[in-house]
Design a binder for this molecule. Sequence first.
Ligand code: SF4
Length: 258
Amino acid sequence: MARKSPSAPSRRAPRHESPKTARAPSAPGHVVEPPPRPDKRPFDIDEVLGRVRESVRHFADAAMFALAARGHDSLFEQLVACILSIRTRDEVSLPVSLALLRRASTPEALAKLSPEAIDALIQPVTFHEAKARQLHAIAVRTRDEFSGTLPCDTQVLQSFKGVGPKCAHLSLGIACGHEAISVDIHVHRVTNRWGYVQARTPEATMEALEAQLPRAYWVEINRLLVPFGKHVCTGTRPKCSACPVLDSCRQVGVKDAR
Ligand code: SF4
């Protein structure tokens, strides 16, 4: 299975394209211009992401990137960790993922555990009972249908119960080096506040980003905007006065900022 380091996203860009020119091919979604604001600079995604990259340097990586950095970078491990992280804070899901993967990091090992035993190991995460059944079913199917190795195929991943585009794309991006955008609530909120996209749902944001975000950032945007959304562009009262991209951000929908 091909693996790429999550800490070197730029290497995933096609060699003949620069981030500034590597626009996505025709894809669903709308290409939008950020709303005009005479008090703001033209929105330059390269510059904005460069500043965000610098600002999150000292924050903890999002859980799946942190796991990959610790060696849990197979597609199976990443998918397991992503399922555990659904509706669960990284501070909770990361130690649970580490504990589970220490006990069973391969489909064969996880399939040998009962759903009840898996449930006992993942108690702190939300929906642990349902997730335990899903994880066990994924392990059994991977062992039996794919000879113990998940293929780097989004349709296969999304055929598993409990796996949607967010988990499939992020797992494939980290474990297989696929160019795939994973939009969680932070990526959705921040890119809409910037005015870079105008979309009501994470799914619509993903389509809009696929239409206009340079491919070199398709995996990295999640790694950058999860900590940025947690610590700077927070859900309530974002820290606009200390934000490194205040001069470019359209602050769409922001009414009460710090
Ligand atoms: S200026 Fe405010 S709304 Fe815009 S990205 Fe920064 S924190 Fe978020």
